[in-house]
Design a protein around this ligand. Structure first.
Ligand SMILES: Cc1cc2nc3c(=O)[nH]c(=O)nc-3n(C[C@H](O)[C@H](O)[C@H](O)COP(=O)(O)OP(=O)(O)OC[C@H]3O[C@@H](n4cnc5c(N)ncnc54)[C@H](O)[C@@H]3O)c2cc1C
Length: 327
């Protein structure tokens, strides 16, 4: 290991002695796995963390994501990380094989997430968001949405996001004003509105960005009971081409500790050419979105454990240089 940021011995103790990960493989759903396969998955995660994530952690923080001419640039090796996890089947780790997932126990998926987060906290957002967004489509989307979006997301070619917050609506999603106007095609709507603080909401390391976007259909009930969920891609697939879907990035925020992952301010439909595809039933969007929000909450908890581990193993010389000049 080039740089230590976690203890494999401690992780193995938790996996094997405390949580008995090997027992999980006796469950029929996980019969494709055994103890050796679990070790190999953890080994592969360590390889990616050691070779890609950890070496660029400091650089990603120093050279933060930048917004220029309507586009967002991030560290060029983010692509290797996303693609590496896609190739390893880790983006769809928890998803059933029938939808292209790896059908791994959450325990093993979490162990890998812990390793990546300790190696480079900012980089984990990219894949975490994609996994959660794809899972929303798998859980509630039509067969057509699943067929179009899930595979490129699990392969690491398309980024996923969650779009809840608006400039005037944070905790109180009651006040969102993003609108969805029905078109002649069932399930297809014209979307207009703004979203802020959208983690990984735009960048140059994937071919597309797939927003899971909360909006209100014209005439919907007031408040949270009138919120629906849509797939709003940056580029919409049409006749085998990716067509600009009128989702513009109008700024980014830099978050302390995660400067390598942009938080985008996006505008949908300013040219009246943004299409969104309804996920599930109209007006049920917030309850669907809670699936992803709950996953994100667990992810934030894991972030705390990962950062604590990285801090514990950081050489004291690194800590001294980080605090140099700060008294
Ligand atoms: C690291 C990070 C990543 C994020 N990523 C995303 C993302 O990917 N997608 C996305 O949609 N959003 C994202 N957000 C935005 C996040 O969801 C919002 O910040 C959050 O919903 C809070 O909204 P706000 O910042 O507008 O604060 P506000 O809602 O204005 O809250 C400010 C304060 O007022 C309090 N408050 C608010 N309402 C009430 C009330 N009714 N009664 C009493 N107290 C109240 C709050 O508790 C808080 O202390 C992210 C935020 C952070 C920090």
């Amino acid at each position: 290991m080039a740089k230590q940021y976690f203890s494999r011995r401690n992780l193995n103790f938790m996996l094997k002695e405390v949580f008995h990960a090997d027992d999980v493989t006796t469950h029929p759903y996980f019969s494709h796995l055994d103890a050796e396969a679990i070790d190999m998955i953890v080994d592969a995660a360590v390889q990616i963390a050691d070779n890609i994530a950890a070496p660029i952690a400091e650089e990603m923080d120093r050279k933060q994501a930048e917004y220029e001419n309507g586009g967002v640039t991030v560290h060029p090796r983010v692509k290797d990380y996303i693609k590496g996890l896609g190739d390893l089947g880790m983006i769809g780790a928890g998803a059933p094989m029938e939808v292209g997932g790896s059908q791994l126990p959450e325990l093993v998926n979490s162990a890998a997430g812990f390793i990546f987060g300790a190696a480079n906290n900012a980089i984990t957002s990219y894949v975490g968001l994609t996994a959660g967004a794809a899972r929303l489509i798998v859980s509630f989307g039509t067969e057509e949405l699943k067929a179009t979006y899930v595979t490129p997301m699990y392969e690491g070619r398309w980024q996923g996001t969650m779009c809840l917050t608006e400039p005037q609506a944070g905790s109180s999603l009651h006040y969102i004003t993003s609108s969805a106007t029905p078109t002649a095609q069932e399930g297809v709507y014209k979307i207009k509105g703004q979203k802020i603080y959208i983690t990984c909401g735009d960048h140059d390391q994937t071919e597309n960005v797939v927003h899971l976007y909360l909006a209100k259909i014209d005439g919907a009930p007031a408040g949270t009971k009138g919120i629906s969920l849509f797939v709003v891609p940056k580029f919409r697939p049409e006749n085998g081409q990716l067509v600009d879907n009128d989702v513009k990035t109008i700024g980014i925020y830099h978050k302390m500790g995660q400067k390598g992952a942009p938080a985008a301010h996006i505008q949908a439909g300013s040219d009246d050419n943004c299409f969104g595809y309804l996920v599930g039933q109209a007006h049920q969007g917030l309850s669907y979105m809670f699936q992803m929000m709950n996953e994100a909450r667990l992810g934030v908890g894991m972030t705390g454990a990962s950062i604590a581990s990285a801090a514990y193993y950081a050489p004291s010389s690194t800590l001294r240089s980080a605090h140099k000049g700060k008294g």
